[in-house]
Design a protein around this ligand. Structure first.
Ligand code: GLN
Length: 471
């Protein structure tokens, strides 16, 4: 696969056209339909926009740094040209009246959205098996899950259908599927990218990021998506600027709680080998401890359902989305519309969230979890007094089998055990593909930096680009 910059240069130099690149990407998407990674193609709009870019180039205008580069958007981002379903029956027929801010920024830079990718409905899940429209297959083994919730975006990137795809990451939804499919997956500092125009999951940890085949491409795409947006008051000031030089002599902490016997031995040895690669680049890697990480999943599965139940309350059969037929009473309209529109995992989170927020249980659960979250954040702050960057596996195992964890939500939640802690603390993190298992499945390492040090993560990932991983 060509990188974004190579593709852009080809188009701008006249060796190719936006139209032919977009047509080729649409063709690849159709040929790979068996993976079920895409829910819709935005063919008409994509070709129109490609012609526009080609006309700009012909007229000597500046078409933007992503001119003619095709990309895919997770189907919980509002975007024109196809419905925005969030992979749910609830929004099956929902047509976006506006576009997500990050999509707008990418289009402004000349990039062309060719389709919307599959996900766990409302981004609740870690395998893309919770989609109302079918399961996505792993790019390396059709019998394995794609990971989730941004499984479709990871797979289209791994299959070289497009050079980049967008995802949302609330607790691991970019990093874990990136790890399962052997691509880079970037989750920014909370507030680096606007949440405006993306179906809300958990507002205090939702972030918008991307999948790419190189770290340099991730840096390029994130640079365009990043920045203050008056429409999302949690966005930070424009702090992001790529580093000019490769980092030297960093102190890197390998989180020991993520390297225990519970973690797949092939994953542990791949991450150990990556630590050696980092050492060979001139950094020191030492064992570091994050004791609060053992409570991270417990905290996350209280805080996130509480926010989920609040955010999903807007789907009531009246204002948005599916409305149940033949209903006589208002309460039935709410109940039946929600029953028909939500997947079992959505309902589970609504119920848990309502429970932990209810009077009598709020103090025992939500407030307690919020306090524990602060303790976790404090531990990170302490660790970053000693270490510049932290390292762990991205997931405890390579991609698991389709259907293997669907009957046991707790087993499913364990796939997020390493991605959830940085999310709760709002920290930037990247999945770096580092090895393949004996069975040929990708394994990823996660690099984590202090808030707003996104530039350091890209620089470090670029420094080890390629490493031991053979796509
Ligand atoms: N798998 C995690 C969950 O189910 C993360 C989801 C996400 O980041 N959107 O909550």
């Amino acid at each position: 696969m060509v990188t974004i910059t190579e593709l852009h240069d080809r188009i701008v130099r006249g060796e190719s056209t936006a139209r032919s690149e977009v047509e080729a990407a649409l063709e690849r998407a159709e040929q790979a339909s068996g993976y079920h990674a895409l829910l819709s193609l935005t063919r008409e709009r994509a070709l129109e926009r490609a012609d526009l870019v080609d006309a700009q180039i012909k007229n000597g205008e500046n078409p933007g740094v992503l001119a003619g580069v095709p990309f895919v958007v997770k189907d919980n981002f509002l975007a024109f040209g196809a419905p925005t379903t969030a992979a749910s029956r609830m929004l099956e027929d929902f047509t976006a009246p506006l576009q997500a801010e990050v999509v707008e920024r990418l289009e402004h830079a000349g990039a062309i959205c060719i389709g919307k990718s599959n996900l766990d409905a409302f981004a609740h899940g870690g395998s893309t098996e919770n989609s109302a429209f079918g399961v996505t297959n792993n790019a390396h083994d059709m019998t394995k899950v794609a990971g989730g919730s941004s499984g479709g975006s990871a797979v289209v990137t791994a299959l070289n259908i497009v050079p980049f795809a967008l995802g949302s990451d609330t607790g691991g939804s970019i990093r874990e599927p990136a790890s399962f499919n052997g691509v880079y997956g970037y989750k920014p500092t909370y507030g680096m990218t606007s949440r405006y125009g993306v179906v809300a999951m958990a507002s205090s940890t939702d972030t918008m990021g991307c999948f790419t085949t190189t770290a340099a491409d991730a840096e390029l795409v994130m640079g365009i998506m990043a920045g203050k947006d008056p429409k999302d008051s949690t966005t930070l000031n424009d702090y992001f600027a790529p580093l000019a030089e490769a980092p030297k002599s960093l102190k890197i902490g390998l989180i020991q709680e993520s390297m225990t016997d519970d973690v797949d031995p092939e994953v542990r040895s791949a991450v150990t080998a990556y630590a050696d690669t980092l050492r060979a680049a001139g950094h020191t890697v030492e064992s570091a401890s994050l004791p609060m990480s053992k409570y991270a999943l417990a905290i996350y599965y209280i805080v996130v359902p509480a926010e989920v139940t609040s955010n999903l309350a807007r789907y009531d059969g009246v204002r948005y989305g599916l409305r149940a037929d033949g209903v006589k009473a208002l309460a039935d309209l709410y109940g039946l519309s929600r029953d028909q529109g939500f997947m079992p995992e959505n309902k589970r989170r609504i119920m848990i969230g309502s429970y932990v927020l209810s009077s009598g249980f709020y103090d025992a659960y939500f407030q307690q979890a919020s306090k524990a979250r602060t303790l976790l954040i404090n531990e990170y702050n302490d660790l970053f007094k000693t270490y510049d960057v932290l390292l762990s596996p991205t997931a405890p195992t390579p991609a698991f089998g389709i259907g293997e964890n669907t009957d046991d939500p707790v087993k499913m939640y364990l796939a997020d055990i390493m991605t959830v802690p940085p999310s709760l603390a709002g920290l930037p993190a990247i999945n770096v593909p580092v090895a393949k298992s004996g069975a040929g499945l990708p394994i990823g390492a996660q690099l984590i930096a202090p808030a707003q040090q996104d530039a350091l993560l890209f620089a470090l990932a670029k420094q080890t680009e390629g490493g031991n991983y053979d796509r």
